[in-house]
Design a protein around this ligand. Structure first.
Ligand SMILES: Nc1ncnc2c1ncn2[C@@H]1O[C@H](COP(=O)(O)OP(=O)(O)OP(=O)(O)O)[C@@H](O)[C@H]1O
Ligand SMILES: [Mg+2]
Length: 314
């Protein structure tokens, strides 16, 4: 079956500012490097990793909202990497995004019905009346009464705004949803409700979701597969349970060790490892980060079915 979304060798670099002219030659900051990631159809893939590791940049490139420096993006098997605006438009409808901070994404001047109906209007789906009807249906579907259609974003709680953002993202019935920390601004109980909503909608619609998150317990309960990013690279990828039970890469291990354990009997032998210790363990990775030429190349090597992790290959 064709994957919903495939990223092949995706890279993003930004020119390094050098106001004093101290750098010997043109230097760039490589924020995403050689990312290969497949989101299978009707599945949820988690993308985790520390702040600044390149998760949002990867998601924005998948949506063609940030242009990649190199690599390819395939949506339903079709290469959209170089597509012009007109050809890209139908693919824009197939891929949607929900961010952590939906308040800035919801125009304060519009009613919720207008906000949810807007993508239908942009893509010319149905008459104005049908668009409003569909928008009200979607408000209901995400757990808000139809009467919310005439309300404005500022009247809503954080959780309700996230529901509206989800309705707006799904109203075009996309194949792929990029959810970038959709619950990290929410309280624990509200967070659980939004996760349940996403899970239900995914199952009903056969949606494929790239779920970017810092919350590893949510990732464990929600996703089918997890990719771990570190310094712009995917350093490990496996089926969710596999990665939680048999993490191979030192960075993945340290990430999992940072999850608080509620029951002391579940506590494994945990060793707190500083970032410095970790980088000492992964000398090549830090060499890559500083732009020094790495000698042996880090490569993803297989570790059982569907499981790969980065190790040095001579
Ligand atoms: N426009 C830009 N110009 C220069 N550097 C950028 C730009 N956008 C992002 N970066 C850098 O790229 C790196 C990756 O950023 P990104 O937002 O993708 O990380 P992230 O994994 O989503 O982090 P977080 O978990 O904090 O959201 C960061 O070091 C960031 O400073
Ligand atoms: Mg981010």
């Amino acid at each position: 079956m064709t994957a919903a979304l495939e990223l092949r060798g995706l890279c993003k670099s930004y020119p390094l500012r050098d106001p004093n002219g101290w750098l010997p030659r043109y230097r760039e900051l490589r924020v995403v490097r050689d990312v290969d990631l497949t989101v299978e159809s009707n599945s949820i893939v988690g993308l985790v990793g520390e702040s600044g590791s390149g998760k949002t940049t990867t998601g924005m490139m998948a949506l063609r909202l940030t242009e990649p420096t190199a690599g390819r993006i395939l949506v339903g098997g079709q290469d959209i990497t170089r597509m012009e605006a007109a050809a890209l438009k139908p693919f824009r409808a197939k891929m949607q995004v929900v961010f952590q901070d939906s308040y800035s994404a919801l125009d304060p001047m519009f009613t919720l019905a207008q906000i949810v109906a807007e993508p239908l209007h942009v893509h010319g789906r149905g008459s104005a009346r049908e668009q409003t009807e569909t928008a009200l249906d979607w408000l209901e579907r995400v757990g808000l009464h139809r009467s919310y259609g005439s309300r404005y974003p500022h009247e809503l709680s954080g959780g309700q705004r996230q529901r509206v953002a989800i309705a707006r993202a799904l109203v075009l019935r996309p194949d792929v949803l990029i959810a970038d920390e959709p619950t990290s601004a929410l309280d624990v109980s509200v967070k659980a409700q939004i996760i349940n909503l996403l899970q239900d909608l995914q199952a009903e619609m056969g949606l494929s979701i790239l779920f970017i998150s810092h919350d590893l317990s949510v990732v464990r309960s929600l996703t089918d597969k997890v990719a771990v990013m570190f310094n712009g690279r995917i350093v490990e990828e496996a089926a969710t349970e596999d990665i939680f039970i048999r993490p191979q890469h030192p960075y993945t291990r340290s990430l999992l060790d940072a999850i608080p354990v509620l029951n002391p009997r579940d506590r494994r032998d945990r060793v707190f490892r500083s970032r410095e210790d970790l980088e000492a363990d992964i000398p090549r990775l830090s060499a890559v980060a500083t732009g020094l030429p790495p000698a042996p190349t880090p490569r993803l090597i297989p570790h059982g079915p569907g499981h790969r992790y980065e190790a040095l290959v001579q």
